[in-house]
Design a binder for this molecule. Structure first.
Ligand SMILES: C[S@@+](CC[C@H](N)C(=O)[O-])C[C@H]1O[C@@H](n2cnc3c(N)ncnc32)[C@H](O)[C@@H]1O
Length: 245
């Protein structure tokens, strides 16, 4: 494995001590949630593995937008024909962890510590698969469509775009969706009250789910010819969609 550019270690620390500590606590809580499969990472990334194995038999370039610690992505990519991995994330600490997790891949790995919106607007290397897990929903509708347009431009002709994002049920409002998450408290038994409260307040501030039809319509608006839903989380809070040209 080659790490062409791992900005994680070089990134200037822009955060104050308190913000830094808060972020590390949130990262630790998120890793616990993933480890306990409370958000169904196992099913979602298992599905990603199956799609890549079935639809990408030839060497492919993979862009992981908001990769975080990339532990789940590394597992999904194991045994596929991956030829090059690009990972983008704002968090230097997550990228340090990603460097370790991705050592298992038999291909060059490039991690960039950056805002994915700017990075995609300037993206120059064609890729075959773009994946974004639980991160596009932080943007407002125009931002979501703009990002999907940039992904469309970055993809090769036979490339595919996959997203796993919070999704409203038919006729459901954002507040109702947030309340539905809060009602899952019992299922998050391994998370402390403080950790759960931090998740809830982050979501009330920064999560903007869309209905399934809107997620798919945004793909069409951004230039994709086809869009389909591949999966719904058993708690019905989020879904996986695939787009292609
Ligand atoms: C909920 S985690 C998702 C991690 C992983 N993709 C997954 O499926 O579990 C969200 C990640 O998005 C990153 N992130 C959020 N907004 C970002 C942005 N504008 N640019 C780059 N990374 C961002 C965070 O640092 C965090 O690692």
């Amino acid at each position: 494995m080659r790490t062409d550019r791992t900005s994680a270690a070089d990134a200037p620390s822009l955060e104050g001590d308190e913000t830094h500590a808060l972020f590390n606590r949130e990262l630790a809580a998120y890793r616990k949630i993933v480890g306990e499969n409370l958000m169904f990472h196992r099913e979602v990334y298992g599905l990603l593995h199956d799609v890549l194995s079935r639809e990408m038999p030839r060497p492919f370039k993979f862009l992981d937008i908001a990769c975080g610690d990339a532990v789940a992505s590394a597992a999904a990519l194991k045994g596929t024909s991956i030829d090059r991995y690009y990972g983008l994330d704002l968090s230097a600490r997550s990228l340090q962890l990603a460097t370790e997790a991705l050592k298992a891949l038999p291909c060059p790995v490039e991690l960039r510590c950056c805002d994915f919106v700017g990075a995609l607007a300037d993206w120059a290397e064609p890729v075959d698969v773009v994946w974004i897990g639980m991160s596009l929903h932080h943007l407002q509708p125009e931002g979501k469509i703009g990002l999907i347009e940039d992904v469309h431009d970055a993809l090769s002709r036979s490339g595919i775009f996959l997203i796993w994002e919070p999704t409203l049920l038919e006729g459901e409002s954002r507040d109702e969706w947030l309340d539905r998450f809060s009602a899952c408290r019992a299922a998050f038994a391994s998370v402390t009250d403080d950790e759960f409260a931090a998740m809830e307040s982050h979501m009330r501030l920064a999560d903007f789910p869309e209905p399934a039809e809107t997620w798919m319509a945004m793909g069409h608006q951004a230039g994709f010819g086809k869009a389909e839903q591949l999966f719904m989380m058993p708690n019905r809070l989020g879904r996986v969609f695939k787009y292609w040209k």
